[in-house]
Design a protein around this ligand. Structure first.
Ligand code: IPM
Ligand code: MG
Length: 359
């Protein structure tokens, strides 16, 4: 029985990078390594243009019947004037929430070949291997009350609410501890417990769970401002970082720059029933349609899909190894270009990965 993969290219560079990833996934089917069929659906601005909503009901239904979802990116200046409720980003937040994808894995690894592409010194970033575990379905992203209200005197007031319940904290913390057990056994929980009650609760719940079920692991706590600083100062101290939705959004972008380019970082968003895979970067409207976007983060996201959803870790390994080979061979998209390397566009990079897989 073949498994269905729902492709949601979305906006900006999304269609280009998803297309390259599809080439790689189709190769695994041709080779008999996986039995997959592909469907394409609408999300984000593209969905809004076609249907008037950034998350059509059909997309959600198909996501729920698929074995996994691969998403490109959403958003762009074209849709910025829209009301908040129909912005492309609402499509992405909506699918995360509806599929209950509470556990977002964002691995930040430095490829030795790219260590000099980082804006930080090689000796600071070389060898880093960090897993950011970001909670993805709660926090200030979803908390109520929210909105902008007009006060009696005519001033306006914007309001968002940071909220976490004990069960929401506990389930993502449990995932982080389980992942750490298979890695170097260190978890750093990031909060702002000195100021925000919501994250004080976060710290208590993480600590209690650690004591109860994971006392064999090393748990530390860090305030988010310090974590932002430590990520730049000494990133090798981190193994697994677990944090809430907003802090995870910010820290994972920061962690990506350690690796040389945000164009290299994949992610997996996991719930108990469904899973979605996407690069952590956005739709990059400034370079959309030019064929220069780096497809590697999306291809690496597909590798995570083989590992976490399709139960084909050997295929995941092969794809990841092919990417290392392509970097060894000197292929570089503009975002990771360095002197002496071979500058290629999106589809040439996809072809190089295919050739490395075949070779
Ligand atoms: C991300 C993105 C999204 C987020 C946006 C596009 C809504 O920045 O996946 O990190 O804030 O979660
Ligand atoms: Mg982000």
């Amino acid at each position: 029985m073949s498994q269905t993969i729902l492709l949601l290219p979305g906006d900006g560079i999304g269609p280009e990078i998803v297309e390259e990833t599809r080439k790689i996934m189709e190769w695994t089917v041709r080779q008999g390594l996986a039995d997959l069929q592909f469907e394409t659906g609408l999300i984000g601005g593209a969905a809004y243009d076609a249907t008037g909503t950034p998350l059509p009901a059909e997309t959600l239904t198909r996501a729920k019947t698929a074995a996994a979802v691969l998403l490109g990116a959403v958003g762009g200046p074209k849709w910025e004037p829209l009301d908040y409720s129909v912005r492309p980003e609402r499509g992405l937040l909506g699918i995360r929430k509806e599929l209950d994808l509470f556990c977002n894995l964002r691995p930040a690894m430095v490829y030795d070949q790219l260590a000099d592409a980082s804006t930080l010194k090689r000796e600071v970033v070389s060898g880093i291997d960090i897993m950011v575990v970001r909670e993805l379905t709660s926090d200030i992203y979803f908390g109520t009350p929210r909105g902008v209200e007009t006060l009696p005197d005519g001033r306006k007031k914007g309001l968002n609410s940071m909220t976490y319940t004990t069960d929401e904290i506990e389930r993502v913390a449990r995932s982080a501890f389980e992942i750490a057990r298979k890695r170097r056994g260190k978890v750093c929980s990031v909060d702002k417990a000195n100021v925000l009650e919501c994250t004080e609760l976060w710290r208590q719940v993480v600590t209690a769970l650690h004591q109860k079920e994971f006392s064999d692991l090393a748990l530390s706590h860090m305030y988010v401002d310090n974590a932002a600083m430590q990520l730049i100062r000494n990133p090798r101290q981190f193994d697994v970082i677990v944090t809430g939705n907003i802090f995870g959004d910010i820290l994972s972008d920061e962690a990506s720059m350690l690796t040389g380019s945000i164009g290299m970082l994949p992610s997996a968003s996991l719930g108990t029933r469904y899973a979605l895979y996407e690069p952590i970067h956005g739709s990059a409207p400034d370079i959309a349609g030019q064929g220069v976007a780096n497809p590697l983060a999306t291809i690496l996201s597909a590798a995570m899909m083989y590992r976490y959803s399709l139960n084909l870790p050997a295929v995941a390994d092969r794809i990841e190894q092919a990417i290392v080979r392509v970097l060894d061979q000197g292929f570089r998209t503009p975002d990771i270009m360095q002197p002496g390397m071979k500058l290629v566009g999106t589809s040439a990079m996809g072809d190089a990965v295919l050739a490395a897989l075949e070779g």
